[in-house]
Design a protein around this ligand. Structure first.
Ligand code: SF4
Length: 303
């Protein structure tokens, strides 16, 4: 038995003993995904966290995800093996910068991408994820929208809804933004028979030449259901690992080796084992903040 297999065995025993529900994002290391009760993208994980019956939720992801779980299901204890794993995009927007935008555009509704802190959610009218951003922005009763923090997702949504006016905050995911048109063209040249699937956090010129643009779950679902056999994946490496593991009859290539989120890769099996054993890394926040942030998340879940 390998060291990883032994750790996984220990984690599964501890999970059973504690009654914990382990949630993991698709960008987590594959061995972490294998320990989880449920693996999903931000939206699916938020839904699972909200519906969780277990008193203990162990969240393997980055901090805003653990926060969302606590906001949506406050009576549960939410712990993270790496509470220090942040999201660089979420950290780009501050409450004072958002308030400045709100003062500049007083008639605009604020839509915040779920990749944001509890404080930003509390300042927003509604949340969205990459899988429902168009639907959320379409559904809200406002012609003007302040979209934070991802300028690329915001621009993607704005192009789909030309009848609304968007004010985009200049934030971005450094992992996806790093991908250039040249990277994408080179990958297409190397693998001419492969379909190009990308995340809307990529730059517009990359999104424009893709065969499919969608959320992490959307990319996985589309690739699994497609008749095509080869794919260039323009999102984080964890998705390629997962698709390769569960679809041995198909070939998946990462668009560029730059597509690795160091924060998502921070959680190790040892961290997860220790967290289950000692129950450290609890996520908590003042009730007033939680209630305000809940409103934005809950409105999204109802759409
Ligand atoms: S991939 Fe980008 S958006 Fe996702 S957690 Fe990492 S830095 Fe944040």
């Amino acid at each position: 038995m390998s060291e990883n297999d032994l750790l996984i065995e220990e984690i599964l025993k501890l999970k059973k003993k504690s009654g914990a529900l382990i949630l993991a994002h698709y960008y987590q290391r594959l061995e972490i995904q294998k320990c989880a009760d449920f693996v999903g993208d931000s939206f699916e994980l938020a839904k699972r966290a909200k519906e969780a019956k277990s008193d203990l939720i162990v969240f393997c992801g980055v901090r805003f995800m653990g926060e969302s779980a606590k906001i949506l299901n406050p009576t549960k204890k939410v712990i993270m093996p790496r509470p220090d794993a942040g999201c660089q995009m979420a950290d780009m927007v501050t409450v004072s910068k958002l308030r400045e935008m709100k003062n500049t555009y007083p008639k605009a509704a604020v839509v915040c991408y779920v990749n944001s802190s509890a404080e930003i959610k509390a300042e927003s009218d509604i949340c969205c994820t990459s899988s429902n951003a168009v639907k959320v922005c379409e559904s809200i009763d406002a012609d003007e929208i302040i979209f934070v923090p991802d300028k690329n997702l915001g621009a993607y949504v704005a192009a789909k809804l030309p009848h609304k006016m968007f004010h985009l905050y200049y934030g971005y995911c450094p992992v996806h933004k790093n991908i250039t048109l040249e990277d994408a063209m080179n990958a297409k040249k190397r693998f001419p028979d492969a379909k190009l699937f990308v995340h809307p956090e990529c730059e517009a010129e990359v999104v424009e030449i893709a065969d499919y643009v969608g959320s992490t779950s959307g990319i996985i679902r589309e690739a699994e259901n497609s008749d095509a056999k080869q794919f260039i994946i323009g999102t984080e490496y964890g998705v390629v690992e997962r698709l390769t593991e569960y679809n041995p009859d198909k070939k998946f290539w990462l668009l560029s080796p730059k597509l690795v989120c160091i924060n998502m890769k921070m959680t190790s099996l040892i961290n997860l084992r220790d967290c289950l054993k000692d129950q450290f890394g609890e996520i908590d926040m003042p009730e007033e903040l939680r209630m305000k942030a809940f409103s934005a998340l809950d409105k999204m879940m109802r759409i």
